[in-house]
Design a protein around this ligand. Sequence first.
Ligand code: NAP
Ligand code: ZN
Ligand code: ZN
Length: 351
Amino acid sequence: MTQNTVHAYAAPSPKAPLERTTIVRRELGEHDILIDIKFAGICHSDIHTVRGEWGEGGHFPLVPGHEIAGVVAEVGPGVTRHRPGDRVGVGCFVDSCRACENCRAGLQQYCTGELGSVGTYGAIGRDGQVTQGGYATRLVVDENYALRIPEGIALDAAAPLLCAGITVYSPLVHWQAGPGKKVAVVGLGGLGHMAVKIAHAMGAEVTVLSQSLRKKDDGLKLGADHYRATSDPATFEELAGTFDLILNTVSADLDLNAYFGLLRTDGTFVQLGAPEHPLSVAPFSLITQRKAFAGSMIGGIPETQEMLDFCAGHGIAAEIELIEAERINEAYERVLASDVRYRFVIDAATI
Ligand code: NAP
Ligand code: ZN
Ligand code: ZN
């Protein structure tokens, strides 16, 4: 084994269980840092990808993981942003063109350049190699695509902020959640529980819309003002015309039109969940009250840093269940059964 060979967990083919393996990381370049990964969160997107729900093909064997927290072990000669020993995180992308309008505006996740936003795993990087993610012991990444994790946040609870945290923070900022605003969060999973915490910290009035009342006590403790079951038809009658903003974090198909009915005039429904199949929109459920149906994807590097600093400032991090790597496949099954409170995080020392 050379120094660049690291242990990892990979799916050998679509839908196959993950297994322990080794992968080779690239040599440390001028502006690269080598990160000793300490923790990696399990995002539902990892599961969609491994199961081929976002299209067959892809690059297998595939090492998922884009909620990465660790410590800098080495830096390339030109690195100025990080030093050995620094606590750092890596999220959903590891590079982008750096020249397009979006990259220059710090919206690297929406890169329109030829390279595009290079996913942390399963993408083709600048060097032509397939990227491999964070279910591994070490990672080499360009210094500009690693975030600083503030001292106030434990590394294990910080890892999920790199995807779940920023994915909800960005639309909450963009659509101005704050005092006087009524925000609904659909689905109390990894993204949903972070949305409740962050929207509450921003001062909004927060309602959780969950399939059942099973997690109601948790939801209220996380900062929700109200908690309603979507299995109860009365929820849709009583809350009609209520919300300024609805964040949909559900990983499965949903009857969107029923939820549009919960928006007030000019309200916005933001789609964050990315289920396998197209969803259907009844035009009149939007046009009669000038309602908006929008989407949002993670966040750029500056906003991700802003989110980490916001969370540290408000004493916020993810609620996690720390697992050993050999339990990854079992954790996937539990996520699919909505049995997660509220993010599985892999202890990289067990990889
Ligand atoms: P998760 O932890 O599994 O949470 C999803 C939640 O959705 C579940 O906890 C459950 O909440 C609800 N749900 C699940 N199945 C449902 C069903 N059949 N009907 C109604 N509700 C259901 O997943 P996650 O990691 O938060 O990710 C959520 C989705 O966002 C995934 O599709 C993921 O790929 C996507 N995502 C998007 C972005 C982005 O940038 N837009 C970033 C990350 C993830 P209750 O039990 O409370 O009902
Ligand atoms: Zn994710
Ligand atoms: Zn770009």
